[in-house]
Design a protein around this ligand. Structure first.
Ligand code: EPZ
Length: 416
């Protein structure tokens, strides 16, 4: 039952509503810990990673309730500072609880976060920044403890614009003593969303989404409500799906202003893009053109989370494409799976050389992580015959219901 079965070749047609952003809502759920009361988060995607974060919050003493896509978190009583290794190591974003717990109760005991197989993913940047804020960190093999009286502000330059480290510093700084300045901060839209949520709760933050973020510590935060923006990576995946399969679709609530780095190569490949207040549309009526060179970068460059999906589209484009991955050291894991479908791809260090073929052929393939799994669905939309994608649970970590959404656009896809 953990497989997706699909037959490729159908043009995609119609509209699909884009779910709330996974990478925005996870740090926002952690931020709820900083509020001695209740917050209401709307447009929250019902995905596995959100449920994992919910488990962690409940372990710490929070009450979490749902009504459709609205989650209510009551963090009045945080009763524990330790989280079980299993919950923490099953999800990278558990590290967000570090900054939030230090801000809330000044101590935390946790395992090192796990996550996808796309790279080593250390948390050294998180820990060195928090040490600058006066946090004492005792590291053991699989666990560490972090303790602090009151977090103290700092003027800190991040050596690399890490999304997670930027978010953790912000979470630690909102209740800290004094004004914290982060230089070289990550500028991803998910960080802007986190800051919007915190400001709605009374935080004093300037420069969200810019390289320099200034956070003036406040005494406490207040209860609040927030609506999560649409998920630019889910929207991007479906847009690339239409590139590969052909057709005409509209992505309702897609955050077009955050998708520029994708819309440009999508137009180069032959898609006709329409943007309006309601979302993003794409029409694809002829065979795709290759992209001579595309590299992943921090925002607002081409997102690494769409690297695998666009590789699947490049596999059937007319001509040769080169993809360079600059963020994660092990994110070409789907190449072998695409080769099982007939793709002509070779890799050298962090570059992939893709020679487009007329058409992929269906095969039994395996998802090993979230975005790679979604990319195999993109390949299956285009492929001749049946494609079976095993380990769909990886895809459900970030896509609420990829089969439902694509079936609504005319794809022949279901789980079995
Ligand atoms: C966030 O991960 C996203 N996850 C990732 O999306 C995304 O790929 C990534 O940002 C880059 O855009 C969430 O928001 C939950 P980083 P994060 O810290 O915060 C290295 C998806 O598919 N690094 O910016 O972990 C790190 O190893 C996921 O939705 C250190 O060396 O990303 C990586 O090579 C996958 N030390 C690079 O920096 C550190 O302390 C970028 O990591 C921290 C990071």
């Amino acid at each position: 039952m953990d497989s997706i079965h699909m037959y490729g070749g159908n043009f995609l047609r119609g509209e699909v509503k884009i779910q709330g952003s996974k990478n925005a809502v996870l740090p926002i759920m952690a931020a709820a810990l900083l509020i001695k009361g209740t917050c209401v988060i709307k447009n929250c995607p019902r995905i596995a990673d959100v449920y994992l974060m919910q488990n962690l919050l409940q372990e710490l003493g929070c009450l979490v309730t749902w009504s459709e896509n609205t989650v209510t978190i009551d963090a009045s009583n945080v009763i524990d500072s330790a989280m079980s290794g299993e919950s923490v190591s099953s999800m990278r974003s558990s590290v967000m609880l570090l900054g939030a717990m230090l801000g809330r109760i000044g101590e935390v005991f946790m395992a090192y976060p796990g996550g996808c197989v796309i790279g080593k993913r250390p948390i050294d940047l998180h820990l060195s920044a928090l040490k600058e804020m006066g946090v004492e960190i005792m590291e053991q093999e699989h666990f560490f403890t972090a303790k602090v009286g009151r977090l103290k502000a700092m003027d800190y330059t991040l050596p690399f614009p890490s999304v997670g480290a930027t978010e953790n510093i912000i979470l630690a700084a909102v209740l800290a003593e004094g004004t914290t300045t982060i230089r070289g901060a990550a500028k991803e839209p998910e960080i802007t969303a986190l800051c919007e949520f915190l400001r709605a709760a009374g935080a004093d933050i300037e420069g969200a989404g810019e390289q320099t973020v200034v956070i003036k510590g406040v005494k406490e935060l207040r209860e609040t409500r927030y609506t999560v923006p649409g998920d630019r990576i889910v929207a991007g995946t479906y847009l690339i799906g239409a590139l590969a399969a052909g057709g005409s679709i509209f992505l309702e609530k897609a955050p077009s202003e955050h998708m520029k780095a994708l819309l440009k190569p999508a137009a180069q490949m032959g898609g006709t893009i329409t943007i309006n207040k309601g979302g993003v549309g794409i029409d694809v009526i002829r065979r795709l053109e290759a992209i001579p060179y595309l590299k992943t970068e921090v925002y607002d460059g081409f997102p690494t989370d769409l690297q695998s999906p666009i590789m699947a589209a490049m596999a059937v484009a007319h001509g040769d494409s080169v993809l360079e991955e600059t963020i994660f050291e092990n994110r070409f894991r789907i190449v072998d799976e695409l080769r099982k479908m007939g793709a002509d791809i070779r890799t050298e260090k962090n570059k992939a050389y893709i020679s487009g073929i007329e058409r992929l052929k269906g095969a039994v393939v395996e998802a090993e992580e979230l975005r790679g799994g979604a990319a195999l669905v993109v390949a299956g939309l285009e492929a001749e015959g049946e494609t079976v994608i095993k380990n769909r649970h990886f895809i459900e970590r970030g896509y609420e219901d990829i089969c439902r959404d694509l079936r609504n656009l005319g794809a022949d896809i279901n789980i079995r």
